[in-house]
Design a binder for this molecule. Structure first.
Ligand SMILES: [Zn+2]
Length: 347
């Protein structure tokens, strides 16, 4: 199912890719060995002799025999010949080790219990193909220098929100907040903040998905018109991923019997999981569109963190103007970034 793939979590896809890389490297190495053994008589003889002598030396050593040292020397002599022969045919004694793509983690994706750089890179590449709502490449809250475009009186709100998201990106699972509800006028930097959050969680190896409300609504409609037994499968990812970001709630068209009821069941399904929203809607508009039960969930004092971004200038326009000053070095990517959000990566 094509549409399903589009929403598949970058992290699980990356894991699958790595596991494929690993099996291919291992299979290739084994095939190389088997081909040599079956087709090269000199190799077969040297390998077998060394293998037997080496086993024998180990046995004698374990049994503490006085001849053990000599046995090991005999094995070493054959090993040297075996190594020389390998060199003469263009191999070394490690020819049997799989040639992993990443020499750091051997394509496991992990290094000392942390995600390897190759894994993060892969996740990022995959994410850039499945997530179209990202408006920035900034992946860390201390890299944000957007403050200067915010009205000084609003600065504390922004700094507090960034600090909250920074914290939340690592402790979301233990936080009492299951919903983060960000409101504010268009251009106040909601999507930008959530995009940085998305990038950061992704880098930390978290399971996160970001969708515009329009895409989510499309998914709802698809599920609604699908046979009953495949509905859950269509919605499984948005129901089960650790963190879901729904950007710009309210820009989607309202489909009767779909938009509001499916949003309600999404919130039910994600009761213990983390969901972040951004919206321009007022409380009245939320009630009108989705009903009071959804409004009360967004504003639940215990489980929901509500943040209103209040900048009274459109940050997108302001930073687009800033961006023209550095036109010379600007790439297409930076251009998009400047237009869509209030930040830049340089000081
Ligand atoms: Zn690696």
């Amino acid at each position: 199912m094509v549409y399903y793939d589009r929403f598949r979590l970058p992290k699980s896809v990356a894991m699958r890719v790595l596991s494929q890389r690993r099996s291919i490297a291992e299979m290739n190495a084994e095939t190389r060995h088997r081909n040599l053994f079956n087709n090269d008589a000199t190799f077969k003889a040297l390998f077998s002799e060394w293998f037997l002598l080496s086993m024998e030396a180990s046995r004698q050593q374990v049994e503490g025999l006085p001849t053990a040292k000599k046995a090991r020397k005999d094995a070493d002599v054959v090993f040297s010949k075996y190594k020389e022969y390998l060199q003469s045919i263009g191999l070394d004694e490690n020819y049997r080790a799989p040639a992993y793509l990443c020499k750091i983690c051997n394509d496991t994706g992990y290094l000392n219990g942390k995600f390897c750089a190759c894994f993060k890179k892969l996740v990022r590449e995959i994410a850039s193909n499945v997530t179209t709502e990202l408006v920035t490449d900034i992946r860390s809250f201390d890299k944000i220098t957007a403050h200067r475009t915010v009205n000084p009186k609003d600065l504390p709100t922004y700094k507090k929100f960034y600090a909250f998201l920074d914290d939340f990106s690592t402790n979301y699972s233990s936080s009492p907040y299951k919903i983060v509800f960000t409101t504010g006028k268009p251009g106040s930097g909601k999507t930008f903040a959530l995009s940085v959050f998305y990038n950061k969680v992704l880098d930390d190896g978290g399971e996160i998905l970001m969708l515009s409300a329009i895409k989510l609504n499309e998914l709802f409609l698809r599920a609604h018109t699908a046979p009953l037994d495949s509905r859950y499968e269509i919605l499984e990812l948005v129901y089960t991923c650790d963190i879901l970001i729904i950007d710009d709630l309210g820009i989607e068209p309202i489909y009767n019997n779909v938009t509001a009821p499916y949003l309600r069941s999404l919130l039910d399904q994600r009761d213990t999981l983390t969901t972040l929203f951004s919206t321009n809607l007022s409380n009245e508009e939320i009630t009108d569109r989705y009903g009071t039960s959804i409004l009360s969930r967004f504003y639940n004092k215990v489980r929901s963190k509500v943040v209103e971004l209040t900048s009274n200038t459109d940050l997108r326009i302001k930073s687009a103007a800033d961006a023209t000053l550095v036109e010379k070095t600007k790439t297409a990517k930076l251009e998009k970034l400047a237009k869509d959000n209030q930040g830049d990566e340089t000081h």
